[in-house]
Design a binder for this molecule. Sequence first.
Ligand code: GLY
Ligand code: MN
Ligand code: MN
Length: 453
Amino acid sequence: MFARAIPPEVFARRRRALMEQMGPNSVALLAAAPEAPRNRDVYYPYRQDSDFYYLTGFPEPDAIAALIPGAEPEFLLFCRDRDPQMEIWHGRRAGPEGAKERYGADHAHPIGQIDNILLPLLENRERIFYPIGYRPDFDAKVMGWLNQTRAKSRTGVQAPTIFIALEHLLHPMRRCKDVEEIAVMRESANIACAAHYRAMQICQPGMMEYEIEAEFFHTFLRNGAGWSYPAIVAGGDNSCILHYTENNAELRDGDILLIDAGAELDGYASDITRTFPINGRFSGEQRVIYELVLAAQQAAIDKVRPGCHFNEPHDAAVRVLTEGLIELGLLQGDVDAVIKAERYKQFYMHRTGHWLGMDVHDVGSYKIGEDWQVFEPGMVTTVEPGLYFPASGQMIDECWAQLGIHLKTDLEERWQRIGVRIEDDVLVTDGEPEVLTAAAPKTIDDIEAVMRR
Ligand code: GLY
Ligand code: MN
Ligand code: MN
């Protein structure tokens, strides 16, 4: 699945860092992602579990890792055995030998032997760290091991009594990217930028949304990457559907095209949105909206700095957007009052960013108690304000009404069918915010220049 740009010693370093935090007399257990059936005997392309991959680099299903801190910390890997018949049909397997040689396992065994080998290791151990509650099958397995250990209590064996969600230690580690991760994320971002550039170059009225989507696949695959989430290729009114993925409409002259598409390289996501006119020239209203979203995005990016907290980019974007909407006559009232009443949500109903890493909506908490997480160097967040002006119609009005948002129904037609989002991936550094996705054209001049034929 992954090409392994990150060397084995980095995975070893992460395991050590985790085990140092776990303390003595504990064990961490993690399972590989299961294979996912698609239809009959066809499976979805395999994607390893992010936590498991972060600590092991091991790309196969049917595997369980155990990490045991101590004077001599141990990494045990239980995995599929070598099997010539299965390997002829379905592909190579590392097997326990490969797990030791190539993935740094101190001990490796066939997965079928896990009960025999792991159970004695759980005896008299106080604490188990594992991803509690994410996988019913793995929960059941761990509880099964626990009960088998408890069953030996009359022989003097003590079973673990403290269960700790592994994410408590692991996800703060994943939220701050190490230099190797940043290098891969830069590359993932570059590949996605190249795809957005190509989309701008080839887009013409009359094409279908899926023809543009195909260009993303083309660029991702020929660079050894895949997609990090299903691409959103949304022309005209579809640009106002935040997670539109049908991608099957014709692109019309005069309409806007919103593309939210990112690559996944070696398990690391990029997440970019660009919005541009299908015919290569922004109309008056499209231009006004676009400039406003861009100004909001710039104000938000400026807040991605150490010392600022996670919500500051959102607050900055909301203020710029609200001021602009009032200036355009699309909202009425005093800026602070409109923000307090959240009336901007009619046109901007999502938040301005999320952590980015192995998962596109990456792990890591956003608040510590009552307080927003403060940015630290190595964190990566998206910055993605937008404004959405769907064609008015009963269906959409009812949708928003259900959400308690009452549309300004007398929106002039010239504003309608315009959805603009601009999304970049931003690394927190000691100094200026680093936009990893800066190579995707973003200013109106740059976009129109790329699209000029
Ligand atoms: N592509 C999903 C998001 O922007 O959050
Ligand atoms: Mn995003
Ligand atoms: Mn996105």
